[in-house]
Design a protein around this ligand. Structure first.
Ligand SMILES: Nc1ncnc2c1ncn2[C@@H]1O[C@H](COP(=O)(O)OP(=O)(O)OP(=O)(O)O)[C@@H](O)[C@H]1O
Ligand SMILES: [Mg+2]
Length: 564
C-alpha cells in the first residue's frame, strides 16, 4: 500500500472547525455551507482516497440531520466542490491513518456530479460519472438530507418511487421505468430478504402508473395471486387452458420423447415426421405455404397417435417398431393423466390461439395489466415446458407484431435459476434457450425480462450481464456476491461491499434504472398487496389446535383431485 505520501499530509490544513458556534444553526442551514471534514488525499482511476478528521466525524455524529450524522460511515457520501460543480463520492472503506491517529483514510468511489445553483446553493442537474476529478488537497464536505433531496430528485422521465435513499429518512428513491424495462432487470437476494415482496412492490407501482400495460409473471410458488387479486388476472391449472399444440417441436420432444442417448434422436425424427403430418390435417394448414413442425397449428392428439400407428404398419416385418411404441405409449399416458389436463385435454383442440394470447398478454388489459401464471400445482416435469411455451409466445408475438402498433411486454420470472441454469445438459433446455434469447435480443422487439433469483451464481453465464439494472438485496453466499460484483458497473463497487450487511427489505440498485447507484430502504407494502409468502409463526401457530379432521379431509380431497 503506497501511503508514502503520508509524510506530506500534515501540510494540508483543514478549515477551522468552528463547530460549537455552528452546531444549532447548522440544522437549519442548507448543506453547501457545512464545514469541511477533510481533504482529498490521492486520486487514481481505480480508487481514490480522502483524509477525514476523526474529530469532525465525532462532532457531526449527533447532528439532527440523519444523513449528516452518518458522515464518515462506510456507505455514506461526501461531496467536494470543483469550480461551480459538486462532485459526490461514496465511502467504501476506512482505516486509521498510521501517522496521525486523529485522522482516517477512506477509500471512495466517485458517483457523479451536479451544478451549484448560483442563487440557492443547491446541487442541480445531478448526473452519473464525473467529467473532472478534484485535485489532491480539495476539501470534502458532509452531505445533508437536503443535498440528497436535490441529488436524487427524479427528472421528468417516467419513474416510480419505491423507497427512501439510505441514509436519509425522507429522500425518495426513484426507478426510471423505461430504462429499467428497456434493458431487463434482475432482482437478487438470499432467501427471506424480501425479493418477492419487493417484486410485488415494484410491479404494483408500475401497474398503478400503467393500467394498460402487459406483464406476464411466472409464479412457481403460487405467491402472487394474493398480491394482485385486484389488478391481476390469475391463471393456474384450473383456468390456464394452455393448448398443447402451441408447443414447438423441441418442446414436443421434451414432453413426448422419453428415450435417452442415440434412441432419443431416432424417436425425435419419427415424432417430427408424424407431428408435421398431424398438423397438416388441420384446415388451417391448407392455405399455408410453409407448414413446419413448429407452426402453431392445432392438431388432434388422436391423429398423431393414428399417424404413428400407420407409419409403424409400413415397417418391414415389424422391425424397428420400438420407437413408435414408446411415443404412442407416452402420448396416451399424457392424455390420460389428469394432472396434465390443463394442457393436454381434448377440449383444447380448437383454434384458441388469439383468445389465449389476448388473455395472457392482457390485450386489452381491462384494468388488469398483469397476468399471474401460477405453476405450483403443475407436475414438476412439465413446468419448464409450460414456461418455455409462454416465454416463446411472448417473443414470437413480438417478432410477428413488428409492423403493428407496438405493445411491449414484460416477462417476470421468479426462481429464474431454475429456468436459465448454468448447466447446458439435462431437461428443460428449451426454456433456457428461449429465455437466453430474450435476454440477448428481447430489447429490440420490446420484450423485457425481469429475473428474480436467490442463486445468481446458478444462472447461465452472461445472463446477469444482459440485465441493465441490478437490484441486489442481501446475499449471504460468497460465490453469489462474486457473480453480482462481476455484473455490476465499476462505479457501484463501493456499494457492493455493503451487500452482506443489508437489512431485510433494503437493497442496492445500480444500472440503467437509476440515475446513480443507490442503497434503498424499500417502502412497506400494504398487507393486501403482499405475496402470500409470510413467514409462518411457529410459536403462535403451535398454540392452536382443533378441526384437524376436516383439515385433513379437505386437503386430501384436493390432493387427489389435483384441484384447489
Ligand atoms: N417491502 C416490504 N413490506 C412489507 N413486508 C415486507 C417487505 N419486504 C419484505 N417483507 C416481509 O419479509 C418477509 C419475507 O419476504 P419475501 O417472501 O418477499 O422474501 P423472499 O426473498 O422472496 O424469500 P424467498 O427466497 O423464500 O422467496 C415476508 O414476511 C414479507 O412480508
Ligand atoms: Mg420469494
Amino acid at each position: 500500500m503506497g501511503f508514502s505520501m503520508n509524510d506530506m499530509t500534515g501540510s494540508f490544513s483543514f478549515a477551522p472547525a468552528h463547530a460549537a458556534a455552528g452546531a444549532q444553526d447548522a440544522a437549519q442551514r442548507t448543506a453547501p455551507q457545512l464545514d469541511p471534514i477533510g481533504v482529498i488525499f490521492q486520486i487514481s482511476g481505480s480508487g481514490s482516497q480522502v483524509l477525514i478528521e476523526l474529530e469532525a466525524i465525532d462532532r457531526l455524529s449527533t447532528h439532527p440531520d440523519a444523513c449528516v450524522s452518518m458522515t464518515g460511515q462506510v456507505g455514506s457520501q461526501v461531496k467536494m466542490k470543483l469550480g461551480n460543480f459538486w462532485v459526490l463520492a461514496n465511502i467504501r472503506s476506512m482505516a486509521l491513518d498510521r501517522r496521525d491517529p486523529n485522522r482516517v483514510i477512506a477509500d471512495v468511489d466517485f458517483l457523479g456530479e451536479g451544478n451549484e445553483d448560483p442563487v440557492s446553493g443547491h446541487i442541480t442537474h445531478f448526473r452519473r460519472g464525473v467529467t473532472r476529478y478534484p485535485t489532491p488537497g480539495t476539501q470534502i464536505h458532509p452531505v445533508s438530507s437536503d443535498d440528497m433531496d436535490h441529488i436524487y430528485a427524479a427528472t421528468e422521465q417516467a419513474h416510480v418511487q419505491i423507497g427512501t435513499v439510505y441514509p436519509t429518512t425522507r429522500t425518495r428513491a426513484a426507478l426510471y421505468v423505461d430504462p429499467l424495462l428497456g434493458k431487463h432487470f434482475a432482482l437478487l437476494g438470499s432467501t427471506g430478504t424480501g425479493k418477492s415482496t419487493s417484486a410485488a412492490l415494484i410491479l404494483h407501482r408500475i401497474c398503478d402508473q400503467s393500467p394498460k400495460g402487459h406483464i406476464v409473471m411466472i409464479d412457481p410458488h403460487g405467491e402472487y395471486a394474493a398480491a394482485f387479486a385486484d389488478n391481476g388476472a390469475i391463471f393456474d391449472v384450473g383456468n390456464l387452458a394452455l393448448p398443447y399444440w402451441l408447443m414447438n417441436f423441441e418442446e414436443h420432444c421434451e414432453v413426448f420423447v422419453t428415450a435417452y442417448g442415440s434412441d432419443r434422436n431416432i424417436d425425435c425424427d419419427i415424432l417430427a415426421k408424424c407431428l408435421l403430418a398431424a398438423r397438416a390435417r388441420n384446415r388451417l394448414a391448407e392455405g399455408m405455404a410453409r407448414l413446419t413442425v413448429d407452426s402453431p397449428v392445432p392438431y388432434l392428439l388422436s391423429d398423431l397417435s393414428t399417424i404413428l400407428s400407420n407409419e409403424m404398419g409400413k415397417l418391414d416385418k415389424g422391425t424397428g417398431s420400438l420407437p413408435y411404441l414408446r411415443l404412442k405409449t407416452r402420448i396416451d399416458e399424457v392424455k390420460a393423466d389428469p394432472r396434465y389436463s390443463f394442457m393436454f385435454s381434448g377440449m383444447l383442440v380448437a383454434d384458441t390461439m388469439q383468445d389465449f394470447i389476448a388473455k395472457i398478454f392482457r390485450m386489452p388489459a381491462n384494468g388488469k395489466p398483469i397476468s399471474i401464471i401460477d405453476t405450483s400445482a403443475m407436475p414438476a416435469e412439465i413446468t419448464s415446458v409450460v414456461v418455455s411455451v409462454l416465454s416463446r409466445l411472448v417473443f414470437d408475438y413480438a417478432i410477428w407484431a413488428r409492423s403493428e402498433p407496438q405493445r411491449p411486454i414484460l416477462l417476470v420470472c421468479e426462481e429464474a435459476h431454475r429456468y436459465i441454469p448454468n448447466t447446458t445438459t439435462g431437461a428443460g433446455q428449451s426454456v433456457r434457450k428461449i429465455l437466453e434469447r430474450i435476454a440477448k435480443e428481447g430489447r429490440k422487439y420490446g420484450v423485457s425480462l425481469g429475473l428474480i433469483t436467490q442463486r445468481p451464481s446458478d444462472l447461465a453465464e452472461g445472463v446477469l450481464s444482459q440485465c441493465g439494472t441490478i437490484i441486489a438485496m442481501r446475499l449471504n453466499n460468497d460465490r453469489d456476491q462474486q457473480f453480482v460484483r462481476a455484473a455490476m458497473p465499476e462505479g457501484a463497487r463501493g456499494f457492493l461491499d455493503s451487500i452482506p450487511a443489508l437489512r431485510n427489505r433494503e437493497c442496492i440498485i445500480c444500472g440503467e434504472g437509476v440515475a446513480i447507484p443507490i442503497r434503498v430502504a424499500l417502502d412497506t407494502l400494504e398487507e393486501e398487496r403482499r405475496p402470500a409468502s409470510q413467514d409462518p409463526s411457529f410459536s403462535r401457530l403451535w398454540q392452536e389446535a382443533g378441526g384437524e379432521d376436516d383439515i385433513l379431509n379437505r386437503t386430501i380431497t384436493r390432493w387427489r383431485n389435483q384441484g384447489r
